[in-house]
Design a protein around this ligand. Structure first.
Ligand code: NAP
Length: 327
């Protein structure tokens, strides 16, 4: 239901969280407008096989799964705009969202803009994404049973992922650009004690090999002290150098944590602004899975629906101290 040209909900983002929020709000007759982004689909668009999403017993390609999500949201009337939102004003209700000069207004906004895995920035890395280059060990480790892999990074993610990968791979080389690790000591000790893990320190990944073969065959590593280059034969490269939440649109308008993720209240998806909800990786640096993102998209939709119901019946919007300005 919309009041005048003010919608009930605008959803920012076209990944598992955004489309799930769209599906639920569409089925609740909230006629969501989903500004899905030019590069809709999110991180799953650079993944090949997804084997850990329930309901796909034979696995599914990441892009195909996002097509399915998108179609399902559209089937119930979600309006999708394949463009990027360029500006958002959450300072008063109705909230305002722009795509260039085109303004949209809504009583609630669900921010589901996701996060991006940091990339090394190599052409060969990009060419082999989903063909041995991965940004998610939890998702892809099982594809590397009895194979050799390289992990790039020296933080908690890199060392934990390397240790996790040893459950499958026969050998894991951690390539880190310094000799000291950023990861916590206990995580470092665990990795050092693992016989399958080799540490390649003061080194960076200079090139990923295998473009002609269509899959990773090796990784060229450069020692940053000596400039010496060595080729490590490898079937996979896991890049674990951190993630960046996509918060450019809302940076100064919502409370963020130290790492830049949107802070949500308790078990809800409520943000610091009543009527604005956040779902998926933009508010979660812990789980980062398609299924957890989808689940929080569902939560955000239910939170938004209940928030509007409370506004419409004049009840207090729980946890929304500034709700009066949204009426
Ligand atoms: P992070 O702590 O930011 O570490 C990123 C690592 O990648 C650093 O070692 C960094 O090197 C390296 N790096 C960054 N850019 C690089 C580049 N262009 N080329 C080569 N190396 C590069 O990220 P994270 O490991 O993903 O962790 C993110 C947050 O989640 C952290 O607060 C972490 O403690 C937390 N976390 C916690 C757990 C846990 O407690 N179980 C598990 C995972 C993550 P430098 O060290 O030289 O900067």
């Amino acid at each position: 239901m919309t009041a005048g040209n003010v919608r009930d909900v605008i959803i920012l983002g076209g990944g598992p969280a955004g489309y799930t929020a769209a599906l639920y709000t569409a089925r609740a007759n909230m006629q969501p407008l989903v500004i899905e982004g030019v590069a809709w689909g999110g991180q799953l668009m650079i993944t090949s096989d997804v084997e850990n999403y329930p309901g796909y017993p034979d696995g599914v390609l990441g892009p195909e799964m996002m097509q399915d999500f998108r179609r399902q949201a559209e089937r119930f009337g979600a309006e999708l705009v394949t463009d990027d939102a360029t500006r958002v004003d959450l300072s008063s209700s109705p909230f305002r969202v722009w795509i260039g000069d085109e303004e949209h207004r809504a009583r609630t906004v669900i921010v589901a803009t996701g996060a991006t895995a940091r990339q090394l920035g190599l052409d060969s890395e990009r060419a082999l994404q989903g063909r041995g280059v991965s940004y998610c060990a939890v998702c892809d480790a099982a594809f590397f049973r009895d194979q050799t892999v390289v992990v790039a990074g020296g933080g908690d993610s890199a060392l934990e992922e390397a240790t996790f990968l040893t459950k499958f791979a026969s050998k894991v080389s951690i390539v880190h650009r310094r000799s000291e690790f950023r990861a916590s000591p206990i995580v470092v000790d665990r990795a050092r004690a693992n016989e399958k893990i080799e540490l390649v320190l003061d080194s960076v990944v200079a090139e990923v090999l295998g473009i002609d073969e269509g899959r990773v065959t090796g990784v060229v590593v450069e020692n940053v002290e000596t400039g010496e280059r060595t080729t490590l034969p490898a079937d996979g490269l896991f890049v674990a150098i951190g993630h960046d939440p996509t918060i450019a649109l809302v940076r100064d308008q919502l409370e963020l944590d130290q790492a830049g993720y949107i802070v949500t209240r308790g078990k809800s998806t409520a943000t610091s602004v009543p009527g604005v909800f956040a779902a998926g990786d933009v508010q979660d640096h812990v789980y980062r899975q398609a299924v957890t993102a989808a689940a929080s998209g569902c939560q955000a939709a239910l939170d938004a629906e209940r928030y509007l119901a409370a506004l419409d019946t004049g009840e207090s919007t729980a946890g929304a101290p500034e709700a009066s300005r949204a009426s």
